[in-house]
Design a protein around this ligand. Structure first.
Ligand SMILES: *[C@@H]1O[C@H](CO)[C@@H](O)[C@H](O)[C@H]1NC(C)=O
Ligand SMILES: *[C@@H]1O[C@H](CO)[C@@H](O)[C@H](O)[C@H]1NC(C)=O
Ligand SMILES: *[C@@H]1O[C@H](CO)[C@@H](O)[C@H](O)[C@H]1NC(C)=O
Length: 332
């Protein structure tokens, strides 16, 4: 073989790889939703390749992280030492965290090989969508805060794998709206959030100070189902996905990601497929339109929030255009 021949056959390698992976991906989609048997090794090889490409196409300056929760043993690993305080790191929270993790620290996620995920936002846009049955078919369904399920099953389904929440957004009995296997994932925004959980888990006197809205004094979450989200995810949602400053300048109100965009970022890390519903807010000038599929809150209640909703909307649009997320319903 001449050198030229060699060169041209080398050029063919990516083409051949492409076809193999194309073939695999067709095969993958045919099996998808099927028997639940584990896929063939060749399929998952190509599958990983596709995932890696997809992740790279997001152009986020980080590798994919699929371990979501803080674990007790993290504290014995030097590499996890954090230089930032909450909400973007654990510095200064170690004492509360150790107590919380000591009783909640089992680490368990559904062990599916394929992880199709639906992130269900609380937005009004999901109302009358009749998506319930479709949502229930995903391997992982992620919900937010105290968004109800009972009475809304037709539109939002009734399966919940993970529920992201913080004390002010907790409903006092998570069991009412969740299935029994739901993992309750605390997003610690501040030291008080961990203190709240510690006081509940150890049944200590509740300290009410330090919240912008009184959190439940009684909370019926099961210790074994509680997890604490690694602040890594909030930090990178802010710094890489939204590109908002982690340290606000003086006089400036701090801006933090909403749990909604955080959940999307967590899903992009954890899941193979990320579909979303119930995202988006009404136009700002429309102060009277409801913002959730439940309750009576309107845009007015978001006026003083610590979020940059315009920036979040832009980023969601970009993720949609890149094919990283797919909406389950029409949206504006
Ligand atoms: C990427 O991240 C690394 C480490 O976090 C940082 O040092 C580097 O400046 C980042 N690069 C860009 C282009 O943002
Ligand atoms: C949803 O459907 C109900 C009953 O058909 C209707 O009264 C209501 O206006 C609909 N709401 C929206 C937001 O489309
Ligand atoms: C969801 O609803 C279906 C149909 O009503 C029911 O069979 C199933 O047990 C429910 N699942 C959960 C987790 O509540």
């Amino acid at each position: 073989m001449s050198e030229d021949d060699l060169k041209s056959s080398q050029k063919l390698i990516p083409v051949v790889l492409f076809f193999i992976c194309y073939y695999c991906s067709q095969f993958y989609f045919e099996r998808y939703g099927g028997s639940g048997k584990s896929p063939q090794p060749t399929v998952s090889l190509c599958h990983n390749y596709r995932l890696q490409r997809k992740w790279e196409s997001l152009k986020l300056n980080m590798s994919r992280k699929t371990e979501l929760f803080l674990k007790l043993k993290d504290f014995f690993w030097k590499e996890h030492l954090s230089t930032a305080a909450l909400p973007y790191g654990i510095k200064g929270s170690e004492k509360f965290l150790l107590k919380v993790l000591a009783v909640t620290s089992s680490y368990k996620m559904p062990a599916n090989i394929e992880r199709t995920c639906a992130v269900i936002g609380n937005g009004f846009s999901i109302k009358n969508s009749s998506l319930g049955e479709i949502i229930n078919k995903y391997d992982v369904v992620i919900r937010l805060n105290d968004a109800p399920v009972r009475g809304y099953e037709e539109d939002v389904g009734n399966k919940t794998t993970l529920r992201l929440f913080y004390p002010e957004s907790a409903s006092y009995n998570p069991g009412i709206h969740n299935d029994p296997d739901t993992l309750m994932v605390l997003v610690p925004f501040k030291l008080e959030d961990l203190r709240w959980l510690k006081e509940i888990l150890y049944d200590e006197k509740r300290i009410r100070k330090g919240f912008w809205k009184p959190p439940p004094q009684i909370w019926l979450g099961q210790a074994g189902q509680i997890r604490v989200l690694d602040p890594y995810f909030l930090r990178l949602t802010a710094s890489e996905l939204l590109q908002i400053p982690l340290q606000p300048r003086r006089q400036q109100k701090p801006v933090h990601p909403t749990t909604g965009i955080l959940a999307v970022f967590v899903a992009l890390n954890y899941c193979d497929v990320v579909h979303v519903a119930g995202f988006g807010y009404p136009e700002f000038r429309n102060q009277k339109e409801p913002i959730h599929y439940y309750g009576k809150e309107t845009m007015k209640s978001m006026k003083n929030s610590y979020h940059d909703l315009n920036q979040e909307a832009k980023v969601l649009k970009k993720l949609e255009d890149q094919g990283a997320i797919l909406y389950l319903h029409r949206h504006s």
